[in-house]
Design a protein around this ligand. Structure first.
Ligand code: DGL
Length: 267
């Protein structure tokens, strides 16, 4: 196998990373993609940093065995808490979703504007976005809100049920009158709730998602290293740690992704 034909590894705690997978597939049609969803241990966002680091290292080692040429951590929680540890383990470049999210947000917010970061409790408590926005020299006011019930709603496939709108209102209505220019969907599950989130925030607030910028960063990395696969249609492989049929059904229903047979890897 030529080096350019080696797959890109992508992982998340569950379904959410499929929002990033979809952007990668659209931008890089020739690439072979292998996606791992840790469905046995989702959610990550309510767990300790030690647990998220341990899970992320196990998955990284597993994907490295498949000779990946790039690892995309399609999970904000793992990107916030475990990126350094993953990088120590990985001989191939590792791309997280926080910096792409910041890049996308900066395009949407004027200097002096306001950004609302939403994410899991672990991501918000890590302050990864605030730190990355500050490091990028962003002159913006950052507000943060953990929305821990969003992930179980998505994993249950309830993105357009009335309960999703009720929960979104409970978390976000207090920010509605606070002149928020952009809301960062700081969890890869949240783009699946974009409609209900946008409805609560109103038209003033741009809803920012890191998926497209992450895919563009992946493409730039592969181009830089001469590893872009310009071949025919790339393959897509899906592996989960539990309940493969459920994953497959929700991937189709929520994202229109036909996974084919989903393999299982238990740790
Ligand atoms: N989708 C992940 C994230 O971006 C993880 C959510 C979770 O498992 O709590 O944070």
């Amino acid at each position: 196998m030529k080096d350019s034909e080696r797959p890109i590894g992508i992982f998340d705690s569950g379904l959410g990373g499929l929002t990033v997978f979809k952007s990668l597939r659209a931008l890089l049609p020739g690439e072979n993609l292998v996606y791992f969803g840790d469905t046995a241990r989702v959610p990550y966002g309510t767990k300790s940093a030690q647990a998220v680091i341990a899970f992320s290292k196990e998955i990284t080692a597993f994907l490295l065995e498949r000779r990946i040429k790039l690892l995309v951590v399609a999970c904000n929680t793992a990107s916030s808490l475990a990126l350094d540890e993953i990088r120590k383990l990985s001989p191939v470049p590792v791309l997280g979703v926080i910096l792409p999210g910041v890049e996308a947000a900066l395009k949407a917010v004027p200097a002096g504007g306001r950004v609302l970061v939403t994410g899991t409790s672990a991501t918000v408590n890590s302050r990864a976005y605030s730190k990355a926005l500050a490091a990028a020299g962003a002159r913006v006011k950052v507000l943060e809100k953990a929305c821990p019930l969003f992930v179980p709603l998505v994993e249950e496939g309830w993105c357009s049920k009335p309960v999703a709108a009720i929960v979104a209102r409970e978390y976000l209505a207090p920010f509605r009158g606070r002149k928020v220019d952009a809301l960062i969907l700081g969890c890869t599950h949240y783009p699946l709730l974009k409609k209900v989130i946008a409805a609560v925030m109103g038209p003033r607030t741009r809803i920012v998602d890191s998926a497209r910028v992450t895919a563009a960063c992946a493409k730039a990395d592969l181009e830089r290293r001469g590893l872009l696969n310009r071949g025919r249609k790339g393959s897509s492989e899906f592996i989960v740690s539990d309940a493969p049929e459920r994953f497959s059904g929700l991937a189709l229903r929520l994202l229109g992704i036909k996974t084919g047979k989903v393999a299982v890897k238990r740790f």
